[in-house]
Write a protein that binds this ligand. Sequence first.
Ligand code: AMP
Ligand code: MG
Length: 341
Amino acid sequence: MRTKRIKIGSETEYYLLKEPAKCLAEGGLVVFPTETVYGLGANALLEESVKNIFKAKGRPSDNPLIVHVASKNQVSEVVSAIPKVAEKVMEHLWPGPITLIMPRASRISNAVTAGLDTVAVRFPSHPVARRLLEEAGVPVAAPSANTSGRPSPTKAAHVVEDLDGKVDYILDGGNCSVGLESTVLDTTVTPPQILRPGGISKQQLEEILGQVVYDPGLTNQRAVPKSPGMKYKHYAPKAQMTIVEGKDIAGCIGRLLEKELTQGKKIGVLTSGNHDYPADFIIDAGESAEEYAANLFDALREFDAKGADVILAELPFGESGIEPAIRNRIYKAAGGNVIKC
Ligand code: AMP
Ligand code: MG
């Protein structure tokens, strides 16, 4: 398949979305930018098209997809009921990086929900995504536009690396501003549960909803996560990665480097504002949590491109805002290989 690439810089170029929107509605695969990461979209009402998403990504078929809508009104097309909790979140935080689990409508393809009786729904805020969804006029199932297991794509170039020749269109809308996937909130249980931390924080949800809890499967090694996707190894670079947290991150990385450097391996360090390590190369993801989140997946791909054997990563963050989402992704990328100093 020849993949058409279209760059959409400004509103004056939105007319370029007509063709890909038509292709999407008629069963094609279209990659589009969102504020979280790039999405690989198919018409959520067409079973065969949705199955093509799983083929293109190599995604396990028991991992359900998020359905993207163009408006709050379109939600009733894909769910059988809207829980009160979901209504409140939609009112305050949509469009934005928060996905709501609701009871599913039967017309949604089984391939989307992986046979569950619920469906995940999101209304993204990225203007290109919004216009594409409006033009397509159908709900669009879209997981992240990467090969399953690789770091999620936050630039069109990442998508090209993974999916060129496997999709009809790649729409380039620049870098994704959040850089990590949406928060997934189960609104069918009381209290509502965060199944995946993401772009909207627990604190933001609690301001609107009162008590909100994390799915115990996220933190407890023995509990199975309720979100099927959370059990897979994810976001992983090719190098062996170690996360370093705690009060003396720099000292700890310094000591680890002394050991690793004697082994003749190519060593990269992922830093948060620091530059002074004797490593083969350093990638600085940025000092603030927001910058670090936005740069993380690009950095992981960059380590692969530079051929790192070992990555040591500074993780100087706590529990507020997007920090739990950063920790969730980077722990998975490192396969749980964490040192607390
Ligand atoms: P991705 O599309 O790659 O960003 O992943 C979507 C995430 O939402 C995965 O972790 C899925 O397992 C999760 N998800 C999608 N639908 C449901 C659902 N009905 N119930 C629970 N988790 C879901
Ligand atoms: Mg994904």
